[in-house]
Design a protein around this ligand. Structure first.
Ligand SMILES: [Zn+2]
Length: 259
């Protein structure tokens, strides 16, 4: 599941291929955007905002995409797509004379005026991975959620943006905090830790130029249900957090992170 670290990594890779370059191809395969042709526009930047990505063009438009559960961007040299760009999974193709970037299984594609970007990302809290993000303010926003369980609060992108189930679990484990502890009781710097872990992942070198893996991601608790805690050996447990219609797993150690 892509979280802020993956989106930051994607944005950097897309910048290497596209920033400052004129698009030779700009195809969107998403609802009524199918007739849009972005070719001829120049890409200014790819800006990650939490788990969202804003690809700004020089014609005053912004392509807004979201990876959701399974999305990814695949980059090949132009002319070496070998039909991959025609896959039914591809939702966007942004290409220059040198590179072809294919957005596969994207969960969201929008085209908005750049001055209207807040329509698509204005609901988000501060981006934990943004340069100069005010981490003390992030901590205050988390504690201001009162009795809400900290696990649900960290997943709520309107409070702070970028954390998914992996960094929720890892950050709380690092500070020995139970996922159901009320947010107002959490004085530990969980946002600082989440940012550090995500940046460590985003900055880790990729094994190949086009690889999709996340080599800098390490999991102490996430996805390790019933396996021994790496700190105390107790079997890792799992509970569900979030609104009833959007429950997500929170892995934790019952001994290190007591209720
Ligand atoms: Zn433990």
């Amino acid at each position: 599941m892509p979280e802020g670290d993956i989106v930051l990594r994607v944005a950097r890779r897309l910048d290497l291929a596209l920033a400052g370059q004129r698009l030779a191809r700009g195809e969107l395969r998403w609802g009524d955007l199918g007739d849009v042709d972005l070719a001829g526009s120049t890409v200014l930047t790819n800006l990650p905002v939490g788990k969202h990505l804003l690809t700004r063009l020089d014609d005053g438009r912004t392509l807004h995409t979201h990876l959701r559960m399974d999305g990814s961007w695949w980059i090949t040299r132009a002319g070496e797509e070998r039909g991959a760009d025609r896959s039914h999974r591809v939702r966007a193709v942004l290409g220059t004379d040198r590179w072809t970037c294919m957005g596969r299984s994207l969960g969201m594609v929008d085209l908005v005026r750049t001055r209207d970007e807040r329509l698509v990302v204005g609901h988000l809290g501060p981006d934990l991975l943004a340069d100069g993000v005010d981490l003390e303010e992030c901590g205050r926003r988390v504690r201001a959620q009162g009795d809400r369980p900290i696990g649900a609060v960290l997943l709520d992108q309107t409070v702070v943006a970028g954390i998914g189930t992996l960094y929720l679990a890892e950050s709380l484990w690092a500070h020995r905090i139970h996922p159901l502890r009320p947010a107002h009781e959490v004085s530990e710097p969980v946002c600082v830790t989440a940012r550090e872990l995500m940046l460590r992942s985003a900055d880790a070198p990729l094994p190949t130029a086009t690889g999709e893996t996340a080599p800098g991601r390490t999991s102490h608790v996430h996805g390790r249900g019933r396996l021994p805690c790496r700190r105390c050996g107790t079997p890792i447990a799992e509970l569900q957090v979030g609104p009833p219609d959007k429950l997500r797993p929170a892995f934790f150690c019952p001994r290190c992170q007591p209720a």
